[in-house]
Structure formats: C-alpha cells, structure tokens
Design a protein around this ligand. Structure first.
Ligand code: TA6
Length: 268
C-alpha cells in the first residue's frame, strides 16, 4: 500500500494491484467509493476507487481476451516515490500479460496529490516491441455519493452517446443535468475536456482531461448490483462511476510509439 499526503492533511491510498487508488480524502471527507467486500489481493480487480482499464474496454474491439483488460489486477512496480505527494508506478509486459495480449509495452502511471487537494492521474503507454498494437484506456473512477437522488452530471448536453448495455443505440444527449434513477451504462463520444458533476452532500466535482475524449457513466442499480459478488447489494446507492477514457483504439507503432493522457479531479 502506498499513501500520498499534502500539507493540509489530504490523503490518497494506492494498492499496488492495478495501481488502484482506493481512497482519496480531501478536507477529511472521502471522495471515492470502495466496496467493503472488494478483494485487495489481486484475485479479482478491486471493486471501487480508480481501477485502470487497459488495453481493452469491456469486451469490445477484439483487442485482448479479458474484460476491461488485465492492468487492473496486475501488480505494478513503484518507480519513483521520493516526495510525499507524488508516485510513479509502472506495469510492463511479462509472461502473464502476454497470455492475454502478446505485445511488449510499458505503462507509466503518475499520481499527484496537489496542495489544493486535487488529484492528478496521468498515464503514458509506450510500445517497446517489434509489433504495432492497439489499445483503449479508461480511468474507471467510482465516486462516493451519500444520496444518489442528488447526483447530477453536467456538461454532456449535445454529445452523442450509446445508450444501454448492448451499446447499439446512438443518441444525442438532450439533458442539461443527468440524474441516476435506474441502471445506467452509457458511453459518450467526444465530450468536452471539462466535465462537472454535482454529487450533492459529497461535493461538486470538476474533471479536466487531456487526450481522453470519451466518457462512461455507470451505475448497476439493484438487479445488476446483486450479481456483483464483491459489492453489498445496496451499495449501488452509494456510488456513481464517471469514467474518462479513450475508446476508439489508439494505435502505437513499434519501437517507441507512445501515447499519454490523464485527468485532474478537483472538488469545490
Ligand atoms: O464501465 C462500465 C462497465 O463496462 C459496465 O458495463 C460494467 O460492467 C462495469 O464496467 C463494471 O465492470 P466489472 O468488470 O468491473 O464488473
């Protein structure tokens, strides 16, 4: 476990499995949902916090054989952690990753807890092999909410999105404020690089992205939540995932092709 802190006592906790941020406390308040029954030992991806989805989103795109890729349960190495508020973690191809995705890569993940309390997560993916590859990348951020009825996601009016689980229906978002009152699993394409959400008592969040032009909103609601073995049945009421991502696959040429992207999340 790695922890980052700043002068005013804000705190970030990171589990080496998946380099998953499991807790982010700003002004004494937890901002992320992490399931009390999540597995923290790499046996399954951690249910909550900020899991990293790489190299494939869901089961789409025929990129690799594992849902949401493998990065979220692999053990990352700590590359640099010489200041209290910053860490760089790295995942590289190994025998195990090659079973799912036979490419040579380096994924560098930098996490910074700023003095203001904002959380910066930046990723750099490099192709260090002889074959070109394609990938998706996604920050699967679970925000903590105390009353789901109060949640309103803003900034998406006018964006195109795939509605529903089968992702077959492309619609135009007409709502100024998106509320969660049933199962939601929507993939928005080409969203603005500043997204805001009102999480009620849990605060007003701004998400600023770089090179992540798509966005997923997810809440499993009652029925789907009861199927999740690592989450209490009623906990869908305590979370909403707002996932910044790049979904049209990025292609990296062999021998050094690289891509980077990231987000800064801040509460006001
Ligand atoms: O990002 C949304 C989503 O793909 C949903 O369809 C839902 O399955 C969710 O991720 C969680 O997936 P997981 O494999 O963590 O159960």
């Amino acid at each position: 476990m790695i922890s980052l802190s700043n002068e005013k006592g804000d705190l970030v906790i990171i589990n080496e499995y998946g380099a998953t941020i499991t807790s982010w406390i700003v002004d004494d308040k937890e901002k992320l949902y992490c399931s009390p029954t999540a597995n923290m030992d790499g046996s399954t991806p951690i249910r909550g916090g900020i899991p990293l989805v790489f190299p494939q989103f869901g089961n789409y795109g025929s990129i690799c054989e594992i849902k949401h890729g493998f990065a979220r349960s692999q053990l990352f190495k700590i590359e640099k952690n010489d200041t209290k508020n910053e860490v760089i973690m790295v995942l590289e191809d190994c025998q195990q990753t090659k079973i799912f995705w036979n490419y040579e890569f380096r994924l560098e993940y930098k996490i910074i807890l700023n003095e203001s309390g904002s959380l910066v997560t930046n990723v750099m993916v490099k192709n260090v092999g002889l074959k070109e590859f394609r990938f998706n990348f996604l920050f699967h951020t679970y925000f903590l909410v105390s009353d789901l009825n109060d949640v309103k996601i803003l900034s998406l009016k006018g964006c195109k999105y795939f509605k529903g689980i089968d992702r077959s229906l492309l619609e135009m978002e007409g709502r100024e404020k998106i509320s969660i009152n049933g199962e939601v699993d929507s993939v928005y394409i080409n969203v603005p690089c500043k997204i805001s959400a009102d999480l009620g008592e849990n605060g007003f969040v701004n998400i600023k992205t770089e090179n992540l032009k798509d966005l997923v909103i997810w809440n499993p609601w009652k029925d789907k939540c009861s199927l999740l073995l690592d989450m209490p049945n009623d906990d869908y009421k305590k979370m909403v995932c707002i996932e910044t991502c790049t979904l049209s696959p990025i292609t990296l040429e062999s021998n050094g092709g690289s891509w980077s992207g990231g987000q800064e999340i801040s509460f006001i």
